[in-house]
Write a protein that binds this ligand. Structure first.
Ligand SMILES: O=C([O-])CC(=O)C(=O)O
Ligand SMILES: [Mg+2]
Length: 617
């Protein structure tokens, strides 16, 4: 294993070589090492081929920015317009064209095409306008783009493994052209955001997540791999659509499903043993079962369960400070979580982990007692407490037990002293929660009655409608502020604009999305080459982010730095995750004496700048 220090030195050697224009001494072994150097994108890129293919390779192309000397060196003289244009002019052109697109979906298609032509320029524009463009390449527009993916399809990106590839996957992985893959985001498209089963159309989600891994987390564009596992779909509209691009059969389930995933994991880890695998948008309970199966075997985590949990915990911890309390007061909160799927259960587990780690609860069971969970039927409560059905009154709501039993993870939240399936409104009246979390994927679940009731009992009710995209959030920011007379501390999964309040003040919104947590996690794991992703890494991610807002921001209800600061957030999180990886003994990179981790992490992060291209046959 090359140490972090030695990798840096290799980069410097190459850099010097370019400065002196003495390319001839770059021997094959250096050129080979260049491919395993996480920083080589910053220094020089050694090419083994030249000609028009370079123009058409989005990882290498500079479009009109190739210098005359480079055009000569790479045999592309005459294949681009005569004037060499630096990146600033290219950015101007791209931004003008982007602004002329009339709809968010048109912007999405435009940016995807840029991604396919010139990745450096794509990341430059994304990073310069992160706040504006995150809403296009990521939630909410990526949700619409996923629904429409088969209609807007232009060019393939990433890899698809489908039910027709069984038995072939360990050979197929070698079709991917890059030997080093640092991060894979994989989905089976079974629960895409709050939009349900979108089958192979789910590919837009790994692509969007990995764009943020690069833009915010500083992972190199050539080292990311988006993947769809196409095990069929139960979405009848897609199955009936002649343009749909995925397999045309219902989803594999049971043993067929799990052995399919197993074949894929084996194939991937045989080619890239130290890659980080992020499981994304798998439906409940597959999401949990896969995490339980692989978390202690390979470097992996589930984004919806673990990184959503981490950022939600960060939001609650920061909200404690903004309400004049300390983060250590977490276990004095009363939390209602509406949603008992992968994100709902995952978010609550993270909160419980933190309560236990803080040591203010006597047991994990006591921590569970602080969180009230509802599914689509209502509170997970005690069926025995239900009044008997009134057979004589056909109008009265008849109690029906849930059609499927709660599993062990959900069962931990059952409140034995409260009636099963109690409505949110009634529960709020009884419990007077301090925090309301929404992870249902259903607009309108946070009713006016429930929110107003909550606001009667607390000066600053914490209202987090976390479902994505914005059209599926449990309530809007306008509603939350209106129903609480502007007093809510508000965070949503997808962005909402700040709200002008009748008293002239501004109701500040926060975006509580896992894009604050996963890019830094990936950076920390890539730099430390951690072999496992551990609960402490998520806990520390939450603590790191919760400590970033200033006292003045907290006072106004701002919990996190804005989306434009995602790179800074990721560098902080990445450094902390790296430290945890070394402390817990999972780091396999070697840190030289005297190296400062935060600097190693910062200097490892990719920057979208054109680097000299050198031809070396
Ligand atoms: O993608 C997002 O915006 C957050 C997320 O993971 C989800 O909602 O599934
Ligand atoms: Mg997700």
């Amino acid at each position: 294993m090359l140490s972090v220090k030695r990798l840096a030195t290799k980069g410097n050697v190459l850099h010097k070589a370019v400065a002196q224009r003495s390319y001839s001494h770059l021997n094959a072994s250096l050129a080979h090492h260049e491919y395993s150097d996480p920083r080589h994108d910053k220094n020089v890129h050694v090419m083994h081929s030249r000609g028009v293919n370079i123009l058409h390779d989005p990882l290498l192309s500079k479009g009109t920015a190739f210098s005359i000397a480079e055009r000569e060196r790479l045999s592309i003289r005459g294949l681009v317009p005569p004037r060499c244009q630096e990146m600033d002019k290219q950015l101007l052109r791209v931004k003008r064209n982007l602004d002329a697109c009339e709809t968010p979906l048109a912007k999405f298609v435009f940016l995807a095409a840029l991604h396919d032509r010139n990745e450096t320029l794509y990341y430059k524009i994304i990073m310069e306008h992160l706040e504006e463009l995150a809403g296009i390449i990521y939630t909410p527009t990526v949700g619409l783009a996923s629904q429409m993916s088969h209609s807007i399809y232009r060019r393939s990106r990433g890899m698809y493994f489908s039910s027709q590839d069984r038995g072939q996957m360990s050979a197929m992985v070698y079709n991917w052209p890059h030997d080093q893959v640092d991060v894979i985001v994989v989905t089976d498209g079974s629960r895409v955001l709050g939009l349900g089963d979108l089958g192979a159309n789910g590919m837009q989600i790994p692509i969007g997540k990995l764009s943020l891994y690069v833009a915010a987390g500083g992972i190199r564009p050539r080292a990311v791999l988006p993947v769809v596992l196409d095990v069929g779909t139960n979405n009848q509209d897609l199955l009936n659509d002649p343009l749909y691009l995925g397999m045309s059969h219902p989803r594999l389930e049971g043993e067929d499903y799990y052995s399919f995933i197993d074949e894929w994991v084996t194939a991937i880890t045989s080619r890239w043993p130290d890659t980080l695998i992020q499981f994304e948008d798998f439906k409940y309970p597959h999401a949990y079962n896969l995490l339980a199966k692989y978390r202690n075997r390979i470097t992996c985590f589930n984004d919806d369960i673990q990184s959503t949990s981490s950022i939600t915990l960060a939001g609650i911890l920061a909200s404690l400070k903004s309400r004049g309390m300390s983060q250590e007061d977490l276990s004095s909160e009363r939390i209602i979580c509406v949603g008992a799927g992968s994100a709902g259960v995952g978010v609550c587990e993270g909160i419980i982990d933190c309560m236990v780690a803080q040591g203010r609860v006597k047991s994990r069971e006591e921590a569970y007692s602080k969180i009230y969970m509802l599914d689509q039927y209502g509170l997970l409560g005690n069926p025995g407490f239900h009044p008997p059905n009134n057979q004589d009154d056909p109008q009265s709501k008849q109690y029906q037990p849930r059609p499927t039993k709660l599993d062990d993870r959900q069962y931990c939240y059952v409140k034995h002293d409260l009636r099963d399936q109690m409505s949110l409104e009634e529960l709020v009246r009884q419990v007077k929660p301090t925090v309301l979390l929404g992870l249902t994927g259903i607009r309108g679940v946070f009713s006016e009655e429930a929110v107003r009731e909550m606001a009667k009992h607390h000066e600053r009710p914490v209202i987090f409608p976390l479902s994505n995209p914005d059209t599926h959030a449990e309530c809007t920011a306008e509603e939350a502020f209106k129903w609480t007379d502007g007093r809510a501390i508000f965070a949503s999964g997808s962005p909402f604009k700040d709200v002008q309040l009748p008293n002239g003040k501004i109701g500040k919104t926060n975006q509580c999305n896992n894009s604050y947590s996963f890019p830094g996690l990936g950076l920390g794991i890539t730099v430390s080459r951690a072999s496992r992703v551990t609960p402490n890494m998520f806990l520390e991610t939450a603590r790191t982010i919760a400590d970033m807002a200033t006292p003045a921001q907290l006072k106004e209800g701002v919990l996190f730095p804005g989306v434009s600061q995602l790179r800074e957030v990721a560098l902080n999180v990445g450094t902390r995750v790296c430290e945890v990886a070394f402390q817990e003994g999972y780091a396999t990179a070697i840190l030289e004496q005297g190296e400062i981790l935060s600097e190693v992490v910062r200097s490892s992060a990719y920057e979208p700048d054109y680097v000299p291209l050198v031809y070396h046959p």
